[in-house]
Ligand binder design. Structure first.
Ligand code: NAD
Ligand code: UDP
Length: 330
């Protein structure tokens, strides 16, 4: 039995709350689903497996409170019965994915957000958008706080993701202002952990799988660009607290410990005990040079900050990737 995040009421089987999670078969969506089920929610997941996989929710087979609808969220969403909250997480999220799927990325950020907001409005449900630090583009302000409007190239290759998410934020605020939908916007910074695809192209799975298989670590550019990495359980705690809050403006969720990609490559080599070399490759177009969240707002409004330090989170993630690699070679 859990407490309902909005009212604090105890949630029981006969008074069950329902959450819709778009992108439920993805990395974050599946962890969020686990958390909501643990809190006593019934969860209706929606996913078309564009970048996610059934394997991420396989452990929920036979779970009476979970249902997965295999559907594209850019199409009309017809859900029977009451819904209390809609979490909109569907979208390619790895730069490699959204460069390969530019139109789908634009559609899920625009039409998909429109459908998900429409569902929340029709059901008088809350709505939470998984937005992104990419809204800040290649930032000229450092660290990034929520009042910075960003530096995005709208027509560059990353623009398909950045502008779709910026549109999604604008649409979310419009539904809040015009229709009174109770909305939340989480600007998520680089998050990592188990269930990322081995080959999704993001730096954490890329370096770990390269290190574990003795291949060179592919550092893009000279590796002086910075990122800050948040472990998935911390991120999900922030998302849950935000969903419980009455706050409507965007909130950064991420880990403020910043390091260069070269330092990150060294760290992965040390943690895996790998003797992989480093291979320098060209820096992708518009790759942000620096990124670190200012989490003052999340601390103040949600009483939230990350708890898992980078080395601990990476050790857990490396162990998970080791098991995956073993399964794929068996
Ligand atoms: P992911 O690729 O693992 O998950 C996305 C899921 O959405 C996949 O299961 C995919 O199949 C599904 N999907 C995509 N388009 C769809 C559509 N049209 N209809 C139905 N399902 C669709 O990515 P993730 O890392 O779990 O990211 C989840 C969300 O969080 C995304 O919205 C992403 O923009 C946001 N986000 C993630 C990070 C991060 O570091 N992981 C950072 C910032 C923002
Ligand atoms: N990166 C890298 N090698 C890789 C993958 C990524 O050097 O194999 C770099 C990438 O150029 C970026 C950083 O690592 O500067 C983080 O990339 P990721 O794709 O994880 O996400 P981003 O933060 O760019 O959205």
């Amino acid at each position: 039995m859990g407490a309902h995040p909005v009212t604090g009421e105890k949630v029981t089987i006969d008074k069950m709350r329902t959450a819709v999670v778009t992108g439920a078969a993805g990395f974050l969506g599946s962890h969020l689903t686990d958390r909501l089920l643990a809190e006593g929610y019934r969860v209706i997941g929606i996913d078309n497996f564009l970048t996610g996989s059934r394997a991420n929710v396989e452990h929920l087979q036979g779970e009476a409170k979970f249902e997965l609808l295999v559907q594209d969220v850019t199409q009309y969403l017809d859900i029977e019965g009451p819904v209390d909250i809609v979490f909109h997480f569907a979208s390619p999220a790895s730069p490699v994915d959204y460069l390969e799927l530019p139109i789908q990325t634009l559609k899920v950020g625009s039409l998909g957000t429109y459908r998900a907001l429409g569902l929340a409005k029709a059901k008088r449900a809350r709505f939470l958008l998984a937005s992104t630090s990419e809204c800040y583009g290649d930032p000229l302000v450092h660290p990034q706080s929520e009042d910075y409007w960003g530096n995005v190239n709208p027509i560059g290759p990353r623009g398909v993701y950045d502008e779709a998410k910026r549109f999604a934020e604008a649409l979310t605020m419009a539904y809040h202002r015009v229709h009174g939908v109770h909305t939340h916007i989480a600007r998520i910074f680089n998050t990592y952990g188990p269930r990322m695809r081995l080959r999704d192209g993001r730096v954490v799975p890329a370096f770990i799988s390269q290190a574990l298989t003795g291949k060179p670590l592919t550092v893009f550019g000279d590796g002086s660009q910075t990122r800050s990495f948040c472990y998935v359980s911390d991120l999900i705690e922030g998302i849950y607290r935000l969903a419980c809050s009455d706050y409507h403006e965007p909130i950064n969720l991420g880990n403020p410990v910043e390091l260069t990609i070269r330092e990150f490559a060294e760290l992965i080599r040390r943690l895996t005990g790998s003797s992989s070399t480093i291979l320098y490759e060209p820096l992708p177009v518009d790759d942000p040079k620096q990124r670190r969240p200012d989490i003052t707002r999340a601390r103040r409004i949600l009483g939230w900050e990350p708890k898992v330090d980078l080395e601990t989170g990476l050790r857990w993630t490396v162990d998970w990737f080791k098991a995956r690699l073993k399964m794929t070679t068996e």
